[in-house]
Every structure is written in C-alpha cells, then in structure tokens.
Design a protein around this ligand. Structure first.
Ligand code: ADP
Ligand code: ZN
Ligand code: MG
Length: 495
C-alpha cells in the first residue's frame, strides 16, 4: 500500500466501533460444573453439558451473572430485569452443540458509557450499546502435532467459559481513541475483578469495526470488521492500516465492501476473510432449556456492594487528597492493589507527598531500569513509607536514601532490612553536635533573632540544618535537646 498524501487523508473521517469479549473469573463454567481455567490437558475440563451431548441440560452459573452485572454497572449500563438467552446457530468444529448460548434481542444490559481522553486531552464520552452474556467456544489446534499438516485437533476445555460481550456505539473517531477506550475498559474490568483481562491467554478479545466517510457526510461509510488482533497496540495499527486501505479504495473510485478481515501481524496488514454475502445467518431463537434471567433490584443492590471505587474516580480523589499531578495519579493507580498499598503507606506516613515523590522519582525509575513491574518491586510501599519518614525528619539525606534504595534493588531486599543494616552511624557525641549547631547558628543570624524575639518554631530550622550538615547522622533526640538549649541560652542572654 502506498502512503497517502496528508491532504487526501484529511478529506476523510474514520468511524470506529469495538466489540470486546471478556472471560469472567468464575470458578466453574457458564452452564456446567466444569472448572473454568486456562490451559490444562486438552479435553480434561469437559462434561456432557459443555461437550453438547444429547439430553444434557445447562444450568446458569449464578456467579457469572453477578460478575456480568458488576461489569455492566461499572460501565454505567442499565440492567434489564428480565433478559433472555438465545441460541446462535452455526457449524464449527470447536462448537460441539452446533450453537452458542448467547443473548440477542433482550441483553442483560444496555446504554452505558466510558469517558476517554481525546487528542486534545478533553474528556469524550463513548457510548456502550449493550453488554450481554454468552459462552465461549473450544479451540482448534492447527499446529504442534506430528501430523499437523493433514489434521486439526480440538480442545474443548474452553468450551462453555462464561463471557460478556461489550459493544460500543460507533463513537470512536481515531485509532488512538480506540486504544484509550480499550485501556480504560480493561482497567475498569480489572478493578472490578470480573476478569484477568489476559490478552495472551484470550481472556480479553476485541473485534474492531471501522469505516471512513467524507468529512461532514450525513451517513457513515460501509464498515469492515477486523478480527484476530491480540494486543491493543496491534488493534491501533490494524485500524490505521484499515483506514488507509479504505480511503485508497474510495479514492480510486471503488466501493468498500462489508466484510470481516483478518489482521496479519507479521505483514502488518489485513486480509479479507469473508464478505457479507458469505456472512452467517445465525437463526437466533430463544434458548428453550434456560428460563429468562431475572435480576431484580434486590439482587442488583447486593451485587453493587462489591463495586469498588473505579480508576477514574479514584484518580480524581487522589489528585485532590494528596495534591499530586494527574501523571502521578496515573502511575499510582496502575493497578487496584498498587493504589491500595500506596494509600495505606501514604496515610501512615508523616508526609504523603513525600511518599508520592519517592515512588515517582526514585522507585519507578529503578523498576524500569531493572525491568520489573510494580508488583515485583523488592521495595514494598511500606518500605517506601519508612524511607519517606526518615527523609522527612532529616535523619536520612537524599543521597543516603538513594544509596540505600540502590542496595535494595541490587540485593532484592526491602528497605527496612537494608536500612537497619546500613543506616548511618549515629553521632551521639554532644560536643560534636554542639560544634555543628554553633556553625549553623553563626551562619543564620536572622533566624536566631526570630527565635530570640519569641518565635520558638524556628528551632526546627536549626535542627534540620544541623541534621543535613551531619549527613543525617546526628542523634535526633540529642540534637533537638541541644538546639533548644543553645537557642534558649542565647535568648536568655538577649543575644
Ligand atoms: P452488525 O449488524 O454488522 O453486527 P452492528 O450495528 O451490530 O453491526 O455493530 C457492530 C459494531 O460495529 C458496533 O460496535 C458498532 O458501533 C460498529 N459500527 C456499526 N456501524 C459502523 C460503521 N459504519 N462504521 C464503524 N463502525 C460501525
Ligand atoms: Zn462441562
Ligand atoms: Mg451486531
């Protein structure tokens, strides 16, 4: 594909809508008692129900419903009190029943939204059309066997895994917005604990619908659906590719055909998979083996007690509570457990702000250098809180603090342990401390005058300066006592 001139690209407006499938973190599958777990010996997590054996009947997993409702509420959807399961019929080897239990015209939830920052940093509200429940299919194994050239094997462990599908309105306008939407959605799903959102294992999968139209046009263009993309970055790349491809088709006088396309990672392009003419007719009809799903207001409110403070609200509160930047708030809320430990540390520390700055200036840099995730840090956040307090009281110079943190990372040990071992030897010799106090007093006549005039709080200024001069080694209790004694003596003499 040749690169299109910017003035050609500028004539068109892309339109994007995303369909996201998310596996729910239940113990068992959606309609049977089989364990819901990734991997395992092929076809070991199966039973008559998920194998689709004749006569086996599905029973809906209550926990799956609760997680679906939780997710729906977290993305501001309205819950339908009575929703209906339907059969979506199609033939495929990894679907033994010959149909997928899904929801069609009466889905569990509708009309939600997620706020996403746009290119200008403004907040843009992306509509969610619906969230419905369904079950996953099994997997076809195309490679890895001696006879893989001639045979495909089937693993049905995944068959019947509970899923939610979240369909967005065609409100996204750029690949970057789509990336942001997915990032925010994943964050919300992780915070609510409904899924592990592990894209490599397929717990979160996305189909991206995209079309282009002339700017200002009244109707959207014909869309293509891009499938088989397994990271948000590749989805962005696939959308960028697809937008240019469609513009090129239109510019050369052609028409975009409605079709499904596959993303090829190695080649960085999409390929046609099936056109609308070949599209499935799913012959949906209500599932006769399952009664309508009723989630009354009482059950809903019980489920809602599990709804945590969501990432965006949490960031807004933390920015105000700890007086930190948005950037810092982003770092600190990277995961719910990290945000929890941060807040625990910040509330226990003398200066929450110093905890923040230690994390953002000292900890994250070292983690990055060591190629570690926050969760893998040798220095815990309570360790950071200890360090922050020592820095705050002047007992640790910033240089010493950095050295101790370096040792922690080099040895894989937490801060308190390294500090106890390597902490600066304290100077408890009164004479030595007095000499330093005299030096600081001589250098700061203005502050001395303030103290003499009755402003006793200035003592802290001298304590801090002497502590610094001693490289954090002065015995703090002794230092405090000696500073007051010296200054009081000066005051008594009317210095
Ligand atoms: P289909 O009937 O082909 O499944 P839907 O109307 O159900 O299409 O929409 C599926 C997804 O495609 C939704 O996320 C929706 O926002 C998006 N979508 C619909 N029309 C367009 C369009 N013209 N351009 C881009 N995305 C679209
Ligand atoms: Zn089963
Ligand atoms: Mg549709």
């Amino acid at each position: 594909m040749t690169a299109l001139a910017p003035e050609i690209l500028a004539k068109y407006q892309p339109v994007i809508g995303l369909e996201v499938h998310v596996q729910l973190l239940t113990e068992t599958k959606a309609f049977c008692g089989c364990i819901n777990r990734y991997g395992g010996e092929p076809n070991s997590h199966v039973c008559p129900v998920c194998l689709g054996l004749p006569g086996a009947l599905p029973v809906l997993n209550r926990h799956a419903v609760e997680l679906a409702v939780l997710a729906a509420k977290a993305i501001n959807c309205e819950i339908r009190e009575t929703s209906v399961f339907s059969r979506k019929n199609y033939f495929y080897p990894d679907l033994p029943k010959g149909y997928q239990i899904s929801q069609f015209d009466l889905p569990l939830a509708e009309q939600g939204w997620i706020d996403v920052p746009d290119a200008l940093g403004e907040t843009k509200r992306i509509g969610i059309t619906r969230l419905h429940m369904e079950e996953d299919a099994g997997k076809s194994l195309h490679d890895g066997f001696a006879d893989s050239v001639s045979r495909t094997y089937i693993d049905l462990n995944r068959c019947g895994t509970p899923l939610i599908e979240i369909v967005s309105e065609p409100d996204l306008r750029t690949p970057d917005e789509a990336f942001e939407y997915l990032t925010r959605l994943k964050e919300i799903l992780l915070y609510t604990g409904v899924s592990d959102c592990n894209m490599e294992e397929g717990s979160l999968r996305c189909d991206a619908n995209v079309s282009v139209m002339l700017k200002g046009a009244a109707v959207f263009g014909t869309k293509a659906e891009v499938k088989n993309v397994n990271s948000f970055r590749y989805i962005r790349a696939a959308l960028e590719y697809e937008i240019e491809r469609q513009i090129e088709v239109l510019e050369s006088g052609g028409r975009v055909v409605q079709e499904s396309r596959l993303w090829n990672n190695a080649e960085g392009r999409t390929y046609s998979m099936r056109s609308k003419e070949q599209a499935h007719d799913y012959r949906y009809f209500p599932e006769p083996d399952l009664p309508p799903l009723v989630v009354g207001s009482e059950w809903q409110s019980r489920i809602l007690t599990d709804l945590p403070e969501l990432p965006e609200a949490r960031r807004a509160r933390m920015i105000a509570e700890y007086d930190i930047s948005r950037q810092d708030a982003m770092t600190l809320t990277a995961s719910r457990s990290f945000a929890d430990s941060f807040e625990k540390a910040a509330r226990a520390a003398k200066s929450p702000k110093r905890v923040v700055s230690l994390i953002t200036s000292e900890l994250t840099g070292r983690l990055k250098a060591a190629n570690l995730e926050l969760e893998q840090s040798p220095v815990s956040l309570s360790g950071i809180a200890v360090a922050a307090d020592l820095a705050e009281s002047g007992e640790l110079s910033s240089k010493m603090l950095k050295q101790l943190l370096d040792s922690c990372f080099a040895e894989g040990k937490d801060f308190a342990e390294v500090y106890e071992r390597d902490k600066p030897r304290q100077i408890s010799d009164a004479g030595a401390i007095e000499a330093m106090i005299d030096e600081v007093i001589a250098a700061n006549p203005k502050q001395v005058a303030q103290y003499v005039a009755g402003k006793k709080t200035v003592a802290a200024f001298f304590v801090g300066n002497v502590m610094r001069l001693s490289k954090g080694q002065a015995n703090p209790a002794l230092l405090n006592e000696l500073v007051s004694k010296k200054l009081d003596a000066l005051a008594a003499n009317g210095a």
